[in-house]
Design a protein around this ligand. Sequence first.
Ligand code: IMP
Ligand code: MG
Length: 174
Amino acid sequence: MAKIEVLISEEDLIKRIKELGVEISEDYKDKEISMICVLKGGVMFMTDLAKEIKPLMSMGFMAISSYGNQTSSSGIVKIEKDLDEPIEGKDVLIVEDIIDSGRTLNYLIKVLKDRNPNSVKIVTLLDKPDRRIMNVDVEYVGFTIPDEFVLGYGLDYLQNYRNLPYIGIMKGLE
Ligand code: IMP
Ligand code: MG
């Protein structure tokens, strides 16, 4: 059995997500938000955050790969699943699980800005700033965490553990 240590408890996640919801609702109070979830990691965060959002909002989903089945970034970024609707003139809020090297979001921001939205901002649950290789301007951060491989609450290790209701650190990884 793998040993998983709790880094951020379910209670702390819920509390912080409520705060982010209040902040985002206030910032977008006269707007409509096009929330875009980056699959699969962002899905738990997206659904919990969306419930705390007061302005009118829609949900879109994209899948981008940059990792493969590894625990360190390969540097290859590719759109695996694109949005179903255009975002021209929309106020886009990208919902991401974690920013690590920044490659995924650096790329995604460029792709989305080319589609002429009114604005593009990012909300990420977790940020690992020590690992940043490419610059990303992030509007909302749930938690800044140390350079450790984390899992749970949407984040996987070899596609498993996404269902954990907390953020954990797996001990004994290379
Ligand atoms: P970046 O392009 O290096 O910023 O990587 C971002 C993506 O890598 C995230 O959206 C995650 O899917 C994945 N990732 C980065 N760090 C971790 C981690 O500690 N645990 C699980 N997935 C991670
Ligand atoms: Mg992700």
